[in-house]
Write a protein that binds this ligand. Structure first.
Ligand SMILES: [Zn+2]
Length: 272
């Protein structure tokens, strides 16, 4: 089955991973800006990273037969230094115009500090000032509910926000309803152990339905699996769900989500 992986860190994946993903049916990936395994020492490092996501990774993916799209932003792990963040945010407008960029992301909270919130407000403002879609990272484990709540409160306070152009990612059982109820897209990340396994994600589909739900591998530096979406497809089939429902989750939903960006030009091979 053809599928999208709407949130995957291709920069941390090998060429072999990309070939395998394509073989399993991956046609489009979305790569949000993220942490590169170390805190960057200057704004030039971000500049080069944004070039990597808009120039090099699209070529690597294209060689495997996969279309690559990117999100520009400053991740929450490096958002604590507000002055530095401001310099990075100033880099964004030029990159947001690049042809494979869908919007601002992933942005959000990590430890939910006051400085992180200040940086987040700057990033949201940069996105809304140029009518960009936004992709939000929500914190891990014990901070998940609190951080998600804080992000949703910030968004609710800004009248410029159109929920249909926002995705709250890394949702779990205790946060997915918050995102969906407010009209946002909800991303579920399929990790082998933390975040949500394919089985737990299937449970969530059975509880909340497929509307505005996205599934992704997020495959990055930690234990993660670039074939997590195909694993989810297999899990859903084992449970007896029809291919029409599965296809909606792994193909039609991300297509509708990405299509809101004028930069998205993927032409489906068959009618959807
Ligand atoms: Zn990510």
């Amino acid at each position: 089955m053809d599928f999208f992986d709407p949130h995957i860190h291709v920069a941390s994946r090998t060429t072999d991973d990309l070939a395998l993903m394509a073989k399993m049916g991956c046609v489009v990936v979305g790569e949000p800006a993220f942490w590169m395994g170390y805190d960057r020492g200057g704004v030039n490092s971000f500049h080069d990273y944004f070039r990597q996501l808009t120039e090099w990774e699209p070529k690597r993916c294209a060689a495997a037969g996969i279309e690559h799209y990117a999100w520009m932003g400053l991740n929450a792990k490096e958002a604590e230094n507000v002055g530095f963040a401001r310099e990075v945010i100033a880099e964004l407008p030029a990159f947001l115009e690049r042809p494979n960029v869908l919007g601002v992301g992933e942005i959000g909270l990590h430890k939910c500090t006051r400085n992180e919130v200040t940086t987040l407000l700057g990033l949201i403002d940069a996105a809304l000032a140029s009518s960009q879609m936004m992709l939000f990272h929500t914190p891990h484990l014990e901070d998940k509910y609190k951080g998600t709540r804080m992000i949703l409160d910030v968004l609710a306070d800004d009248r410029r926000v159109d929920p249909a152009r926002v995705c709250i990612d890394h949702c779990e059982e205790h946060t997915i309803r918050l995102a969906l109820e407010s009209g946002y897209w909800a991303g579920v990340t399929l990790y082998p152990t933390t975040k949500a396994t394919p089985e737990r994600t299937a449970d969530m589909v059975e509880m909340y339905g497929p509307e505005r739900l996205l599934v992704n591998s997020s495959a990055d530096w930690g234990p993660s699996n670039p074939l997590a979406v195909p694993e989810f497809i297999a899990t859903m089939r084992r449970r007896g769900h029809p291919d029409s429902l599965i296809r909606r989750l792994v193909y039609e939903n991300p297509l509708a989500w990405f299509r809101q960006s004028e930069h998205f030009r993927f032409a489906p091979a068959r009618a959807t």
